[in-house]
Structure formats: C-alpha cells, structure tokens
Design a binder for this molecule. Structure first.
Ligand code: AMP
Length: 191
C-alpha cells in the first residue's frame, strides 16, 4: 500500500502516519523528521535548511526531491510507504508522480486529516510545551497555517481529481482517527 498524508500542521499527520505504517507494515517517510535529522547532525543539507525550519517556511523543492527520491522508491519497491509532509505543494506532487509512476510505485491514496484551525493552534501550542520544536511558536504557527492554505491545500483537489482522496475527521481522539483511517483504507481496492 502506498499512501500519503495531507493535513495542516498540528492535524496529527506524524502520529497517524506512524500508526498506519505499523498497522499495514509500511515504511513511514517523514520529510520533517528527515530535515530535522540533518539539522541535528549539522550536515551540509542541515546547514542549508535550518533557517527555513526555524521560520516555518518551505524548504526549496529541489532539496526535498533529492532527499526523498531514494527513500520513496525503496519503500515503494518493498511493502509500501506512508508519506508524511511530502509532497507539500503541486510542484512536488507532480515531481513525485513523475519519479514514481514509471517504476510502478506511485501514490494510491491521499489521506486528508480534516481539523479546524482553532484546534490546530491549540494542539501546536501544547506540542511546544512537550517537544520544544523551534517552529511551534505563535508567529511561526500562523505562518505555517497560511502556507498550508496557499500551497498544500490545493493537493486535496489534485488527488480528488485522480479519485484518490480519503477524508477523515481528524479532530477526534487519536485512537478513533486511526480506526477510521484503517477502515477506510481497507475498503479501497488497491492493486
Ligand atoms: P513538518 O514536520 O512536516 O511540519 O515539517 C517541518 C518543516 O520542515 C516545515 O515547516 C518546512 O520548513 C520543512 N518541510 C517539511 N517537509 C517539506 C516539504 N515537503 N517541502 C518543503 N519544506 C518542507
């Protein structure tokens, strides 16, 4: 199974992606985790992307595509993947398609975790207390939500046109969201 998560920051993408990966034995590929790993290690890529992560702006597409190509194709050839945080805009979605389609490892379903804005802000502020992420600050949160609306939300229509969107109410308890997701994904007939 090859799926991707679409959700505003704070919608629970990371949590649900990890649970779906465990449930369906898939590889969880998180662009944010990969980028934060590079920043922690202070690699060449890490030094390049640090500023973008801190300010909550999007890292240039070319960097993401270079970082994600191998994990995506590798996982696609194995049992499948759950993409979390990538693609983040239409350009990345098209590039991912061009990369994966010829190898038969294109995305089969895009999960949209629908959560209203007030709840998203509440969750990110709570996460700031727990994890001290540099981008969970009020000004940066606003910026990330605006970027989601402008660049990432159009992906819902993009995948809907391909009849590949599964929308789930993400505002409920984590376990309820996981149960709905598993049920919905099991209903799909995937090749
Ligand atoms: P996330 O953990 O998915 O919320 O990502 C944290 C930060 O990493 C984002 O605010 C961006 O700065 C960067 N990032 C993660 N994924 C992408 C992507 N696909 N394209 C551009 N920037 C990204």
């Amino acid at each position: 199974m090859r799926i991707l998560m679409i959700g505003a920051p704070g919608a629970g993408k990371g949590t649900q992606a990890a649970r779906l990966a465990a449930n369906f034995s898939l590889t969880h590929v998180s662009s944010g985790d990969i980028l934060r790993g590079h920043v922690r290690e202070q690699s060449a890529v890490g030094r390049k992307v640090d500023g973008y992560l801190n300010s909550g702006t999007l890292v240039p597409d070319e960097i993401l595509l270079d970082l994600l190509r191998d994990p995506l194709l590798e996982a696609g050839r194995a049992a499948g993947y759950v993409l979390d945080g990538f693609p983040r805009n239409l350009k990345q979605a098209r590039a991912a398609h061009e990369m994966a389609e010829p190898l038969g490892v294109d995305v089969q379903a895009a999960v949209y975790l629908d959560v209203e804005r007030e709840e998203l802000v509440k969750r990110m502020l709570a996460r700031a207390e727990r994890e001290h992420r540099s981008d969970d600050r009020v000004e940066v949160i606003e910026q990330r939500l605006a970027l989601f609306d402008e660049h990432t939300r159009p992906l819902i229509d993009y995948y809907a046109a391909l009849k590949r969107v599964v929308t789930v109410d993400g505002a409920r308890d984590e376990d309820d969201v996981t149960r709905s997701l598993v049920l919905e994904l099991e209903k799909l007939t995937l090749d």
